[in-house]
Ligand binder design. Structure first.
Ligand code: ADP
Length: 193
């Protein structure tokens, strides 16, 4: 099973690309943000817990997030591949993912696509998205800024360990959706064949 991570700040286009790529290759798309929002809509206890952090624009604590993701992964043992969108966001989450993949003989983290983009562009994109998606964490400028700050403080450097060096592929997230998806597709095809 192939494991592909889409990594980058909020609003960089991870979700858009995850949808395109998972459709194209028949992979599972796992978005922690989407799973949390689904729990919030269904008013589960996890949803109630997570909404506190999400509405503030800060990361949901690792224990909650890793448990949730481990449950999701176990639904997809037969998948060809998984695209992770918004996970991992901390070093603990990386370790947890490596552990669960090892425990169930599911392979390893194969590629990390690292999206780069200017801060000004992502703020505009998020506020624009907020108008359509009505996501509370996208409509409020303070929450948007807090999420970007949180990304730089807790997330952006999590792959700095030398062991990831050859698995990281940087990409310019200000290019068009089409250009980025073609770029990603080519890299995945290289991995598959
Ligand atoms: P974005 O990438 O635009 O921030 P997401 O939908 O991925 O949007 O995430 C929304 C919120 O869900 C985050 O601000 C955070 O509170 C929570 N969240 C999502 N993924 C994680 C994660 N891996 N660890 C902790 N919190 C997360």
């Amino acid at each position: 099973m192939i494991h592909i991570i889409l990594f980058g700040p909020p609003g960089c286009g991870k979700g858009t690309q995850a949808k395109i790529i998972s459709n194209k290759f028949g992979f599972i798309h796992l978005s922690t943000g989407m799973i949390f929002r689904d729990h919030i809509t269904k008013k589960t206890s996890l949803g109630k817990l997570a909404s506190y952090y999400i509405n503030k624009g800060i990361l949901v604590p690792d224990g909650i997030t890793t448990n949730m993701l481990n449950v999701e992964i176990q639904k997809h043992f037969k998948a060809k591949g998984i695209i992770y969108d918004g996970y991992p966001r901390t070093k603990n989450q990386i370790s947890s993912l490596e552990e669960v993949l090892k425990k169930f003989f599911l392979g390893k983290i194969d590629i990390i696509f690292y999206f780069f983009i200017q801060k000004k562009l992502i703020i505009n994109r998020l506020l624009k998205r907020g108008k359509i998606s009505h996501r509370d964490d996208d409509t409020d400028i303070i929450t948007v800024q807090r999420r970007i700050k949180e990304y730089h403080k807790k997330t952006s450097l999590i792959w700095e360990n030398y062991k990831w060096k050859n698995r990281i592929i940087k990409l310019n997230a200000s290019l068009s959706v089409k250009k980025i998806s073609i770029f990603i597709e080519k890299k995945i095809l290289n991995l598959l064949y």
